[in-house]
Design a protein around this ligand. Structure first.
Ligand SMILES: C[S@@+](CC[C@H](N)C(=O)[O-])C[C@H]1O[C@@H](n2cnc3c(N)ncnc32)[C@H](O)[C@@H]1O
Length: 211
């Protein structure tokens, strides 16, 4: 695949602004504080999956200021969701934005630390933290999943470079590309995964349906 045609690059071309108004306030906050947040097309994909799944209990690791949280709630507004982010400023913005939602808990902590003390079981997980931690987070969250849970990892395509040769990959993406490929290869042999799909919106959503 040519990087010029990676989904990330095409995002501007493909952008269809569903329900844009609902996201405007958070998008403005993301711009103001210069923080990364889930792009519109990925938000719509997440909402669609959640609307089918209707998870009772959800967890997010790397919830940032809450764009992804909002997309999950748009999919199923009744889900009980725990939103974890290690960054204090983003956690405070998230807490303020969702303060009136009784089903949203916002926690400032590293995802791994939270999972080590957590005793809940989840129907849906959204992971959008540091990419090199995806593999270890997957192994930590797996024992905490209910039957038929769905996990989504964001930015799995590493700007399209996972489909390129190593020699074509800029130095700064080489490690991420290799780690992501190793992670994907490992998942292919995971007997607990019923289906695995990469949805090429934004940076790429990896969707795992668990047994
Ligand atoms: C791409 S941003 C998340 C954007 C967010 N999902 C949204 O749509 O608004 C990644 C976030 O992951 C957080 N993060 C990175 N590693 C983490 C970890 N190990 N545990 C918890 N949060 C982490 C960062 O602080 C950052 O806010």
């Amino acid at each position: 695949m040519n990087v010029l045609f990676s989904p990330t690059i095409l995002e501007e071309f493909l952008k269809i602004r569903f329900d844009d108004l609902d996201y405007t306030k958070l998008r403005d906050l993301a711009d103001k504080h210069k923080v990364p947040s889930l792009e519109e097309n990925a938000c719509v994909a997440v909402s669609n999956i959640v609307s089918i799944k209707k998870p009772k209990q959800s967890i997010e690791i790397g919830s940032g200021i809450g764009m992804s949280t909002l997309s999950i709630l748009k999919g199923y507004g009744k889900t009980e969701i725990i939103c974890i982010d290690g960054n204090l400023e983003r956690h405070l913005i998230h807490s303020e934005y969702f303060k009136s939602y009784t089903n949203v808990s916002t926690i400032q902590m590293r995802g791994e630390s939270y999972l080590a003390v957590d005793d809940k079981f989840y129907d849906f997980a959204f992971i959008d933290s540091v990419k090199r931690e995806y593999r270890s987070l997957y192994h930590k969250i797996k024992p905490r999943l209910n039957a038929n849970a769905v996990i989504i990892f964001d930015d799995i395509l590493v700007y399209g470079y996972i489909a390129c040769e190593e020699s074509e990959t800029p130095y700064k993406y080489k490690n991420n590309r290799e780690e992501m490929l190793n992670f994907l290869n490992e998942l292919k042999d995971d007997k607990d995964i019923l289906s695995m799909q990469i949805i090429p919106v934004s940076g790429g959503l990896l969707v795992l349906s668990m047994s």
